[in-house]
Design a protein. Structure first.
Length: 384
């Protein structure tokens, strides 16, 4: 079947995650900036559970035209769970289809005496929350999605939706949450873990975050299925928060198959608690420097200190990584206004690491939000 992966706010990062975990899907093509069309025989719901950067997975309906009568017949065949025919329409890059939802509703009313309800939105596209809350997944309802690929109109049906309520719960209901100290978003944490894991079996792999903070990556690694998860931080309060999160996540999500070990450690000193060449994935949001106020920039001395910190950390981490398969994925800071990246060649100088490109045409990727002054540059490293 032909699937469409609808990416989130950072499509390139979502694509990098997808092809890292599922390389066979790299043959697809990107349409309208954030819709990736590819052949796949895997169940959409299973694929979605394994990814952090995909919002929806759609299934292309072969042979279905965008004529209202044909679409009405499809909806009647699909909505079998109850008497009412409930549907929604998302139109991505085909403004000529404006008003199609009303036309389909009229066709349904003419073809059947079943009650009909059209779910509408102020936007041209229904959100994941609307799809879930309005029950627009078969057999209870249908979300039809229309977008152009060149001159062709593609008709697809939403098959799986990211569980927004679960993400929100993990983000906002967790213990040790401290927005002032800064926190890695759980979705980004999962993407980074997947970028490091690749096609490996997480149940047979070992994970380590040496800048673990309050433990976001540790929980996401355990949820993915890692059997052993290490975390460390130089701050005692951070270690305490991460330990609380590990206990909470174990109870809330039944993570009893994962062994957590979280301890205080200077990242620039080799961690004696971890055996040499035993770690498969090292994933971390590094120390990003002091928070910047409007118009501020890091001084030359501050940037020099960060570069030195990352280089010394990599030298301490290298002996722990399993060769040649082990990967390191880091989030390091970049300044948004004025735009400035830290020099990777200086960070990697005299270390045993090379950059492992995240995409064929892009070595590293960036994650940021409009309200931030400091963004995150995502890099993946392998041993030379």
């Amino acid at each position: 079947m032909k699937l469409v992966f609808q990416f989130g706010s950072h499509p390139e990062l979502s694509l990098a995650e997808l092809i890292a975990r599922f390389p066979a899907l790299s043959t697809g093509r990107l349409v309208a900036g954030r819709f990736f069309i590819v052949e796949s025989s895997e169940p959409p719901a299973w694929l979605l559970r394994n990814l952090g950067g995909v919002v929806k997975i759609l299934e292309v309906i072969p042979g279905l035209s965008h004529e209202p009568d044909a679409l009405a017949a499809h909806i009647l065949e699909t909505c079998t769970a109850k008497n009412k025919a409930v549907f929604g329409v998302s139109i991505i890059n085909a403004p000529e289809l404006k008003g199609l939802g009303i036309a389909i509703k009229r066709a349904l009313q003419q073809e059947s005496d079943r009650p009909v309800r059209l779910v509408v939105s102020r936007e041209n596209e229904l959100s994941s929350a609307s799809v879930v809350l309005e029950k627009l997944l078969a057999p209870e309802g249908v979300e039809l999605v229309f977008f152009k690929d060149s001159s062709e109109i593609i008709v697809a049906q939403t098959a799986a939706v990211q569980p927004f309520d679960e993400w929100s719960y993990r983000d906002y209901e967790r213990p040790g949450r401290d927005a002032k100290r800064g926190m890695l978003p759980p979705k980004l944490a999962k993407i980074m873990v997947n970028l490091a894991l690749g096609t490996a079996d997480p149940t047979r792999a070992t994970f380590y975050d040496p800048f673990c903070g309050s433990g976001t990556t540790l929980a996401e690694a355990a949820l993915i299925g890692f059997g052993r998860v290490y975390g460390s931080d130089i701050l005692r309060d951070a270690v305490s928060d991460a330990q609380k999160l590990a206990l909470w996540a174990t109870k809330e999500f039944d993570l009893n198959e994962t062994i957590f070990e979280i301890f205080k450690q200077d990242v620039t000193v080799r961690a004696d608690r971890i055996k040499t060449a035993s770690i498969d994935c090292i994933v971390a949001e590094t120390f990003l420097g002091r928070p910047l106020k409007a118009g501020e920039s890091l001084s030359v001395a501050e940037k020099t200190d960060l570069i030195s910190l990352y280089r010394r950390a990599l030298l301490a981490l290298a002996p722990l990584l399993r060769a040649p398969s082990g990967r390191v994925v880091l989030a390091i800071p970049f300044q948004m206004k004025p735009f400035e990246l830290l020099p990777l060649d200086e960070i990697l100088a005299d270390t045993p690491f090379d950059i492992d490109p995240l995409l064929p045409s892009t070595s590293t990727l960036r994650y940021s939000r409009a309200d931030q002054r400091t963004g995150r540059q995502i890099i993946r490293l392998c041993l030379k």
